[in-house]
Ligand binder design. Structure first.
Ligand SMILES: C[S@@+](CC[C@H](N)C(=O)[O-])C[C@H]1O[C@@H](n2cnc3c(N)ncnc32)[C@H](O)[C@@H]1O
Length: 358
């Protein structure tokens, strides 16, 4: 986007879906207050283009609080006690007094690693199993800390709005539009994550940044992160590779054993590619699909025009849905439905399966 066309205030205001705005009054007020602040708008413009995202500014402020900033720390602790407007105006006053709090973190990336997306992935993989896919290698592109390399190991609670669960790492799929199948997932053989900056679960600052990328009005997500990190130590080993997916994908697919189908997967990653990178990525991945790989992605269609997202035969049941796109082996990408960006609901509508040739 050209500097002239970039409207930071508008970008802040539109950064939460209507659904999330309604349930997150503190962040809703904060993005409006940031939009009204020329300092906050300038900071967003200072971010490098691929990370010019209001979520990066929100994460930097939250990171300041988690690092014990004398103003932000008590303010974030007071969420639920002070009024949302009060919280937002004081956070922005602190930002305007000390813009370095955000500026010093602009070299980072929004790396939210949302295990809730594994609930969506599990539903897709289960459906693929009914279509004859029994063994896969999972290649998670933009893996962050690798929390979505285990869709077969999380427990998914469906329609449980009470969160009354002693397994904090369980995922909550709060609403289903239609149905998702039951039963086992395909067997996952190799688990490979690729990221420009893979985060290390044993590095305190990496974990703190991941915490900062979460939204403070959702303490259950922070608890789930802790639980998932703890459990991950006993889960099968995964490989995490550092580098751009565009540079690494060919060798990663080539390294997969022939015992299983490589599944190239990404969620909320291609939106950080330039338009040209998206086009190159599509071409590159489709070559692998032609040669026997599967491609699954969860992205917002308006942010990934270069992938040429397929038309959907159903509309997203709620505003701001993430499109679920699947390319079965040697097939063009098809829309399989929609989900909440963090996997809180799903509308899975895979196209009717082609009957196998006689
Ligand atoms: C918003 S996070 C999403 C993380 C994860 N996919 C999830 O859904 O929880 C985007 C991730 O993509 C990574 N990323 C962005 N561009 C990349 C590229 N060209 N190659 C590899 N990783 C990339 C970032 O470093 C970041 O960790």
């Amino acid at each position: 986007m050209s500097e002239r066309a970039f409207d930071a205030a508008k970008f802040y205001r539109r950064s939460l879906s209507l659904e999330d705005r309604a349930r997150l009054p503190y962040y809703g007020q904060l993005i409006d207050a940031l939009a009204d602040s020329p300092v906050a708008c300038d900071l967003l413009k200072e971010a490098r283009p691929e990370q010019r995202n209001p979520m990066l500014v929100l994460a930097a402020l939250h990171y300041g609080a988690l690092c014990g900033d004398e103003v932000l720390d008590p303010l974030y602790d007071a969420i639920g006690v002070v009024a949302p407007e009060e919280f937002a105006s004081q956070v922005v006053a602190r930002l305007e007094a000390l813009p370095e709090l955000v500026r010093d973190q602009l070299h980072r990336a929004t790396q939210t690693n949302e295990p809730g997306r594994s609930a969506v992935m599990a539903a897709v993989l289960r459906e693929l199993k009914t279509r004859g896919v029994h063994d896969v290698h999972l290649i998670d592109v933009g893996t962050s800390m690798g929390l979505n390399l285990y869709p077969d190991l999380y427990r998914v609670n469906i329609n449980d709005h009470d969160h009354d669960d002693d397994d904090a790492s369980a995922l909550s799929m709060l609403d289903l539009y239609g149905t998702v199948g039951e039963g086992a997932l395909p067997t996952i053989h190799q688990r490979i994550g690729i990221d420009m900056n893979p985060l290390d679960p044993d590095e305190l600052d990496d974990v703190r940044w991941l915490d900062a990328c979460l939204w403070p009005e959702e303490p259950e997500r922070a608890a789930r992160l802790r639980a998932a990190l703890e459990q991950m130590h006993s889960w099968p080993t995964a490989t995490r590779l550092k580098g751009s997916a565009l540079d690494l994908i060919d060798e990663v697919v080539a390294s997969c054993s022939s015992a299983a189908t490589p599944v190239i997967f990404h969620s909320w990653v291609a939106s950080y590619f330039s338009l040209n990178e998206q086009r190159v990525w599509r071409e590159r991945v489709m070559q692998h699909v032609t040669n026997g790989a599967l491609w699954i992605y969860f992205e917002h269609p308006l942010s990934v025009a270069g992938l040429r997202p397929p038309p959907s035969h159903i509309e997203s049941p709620r505003h701001g849905g993430t499109q679920i796109v699947v390319s079965e082996v040697a097939s063009e990408p098809a829309s399989w439905g929609w989900s909440h960006p963090h996997g809180r609901w799903i509308a899975l509508a895979p196209p009717v399966r082609q009957s196998p040739s006689p």
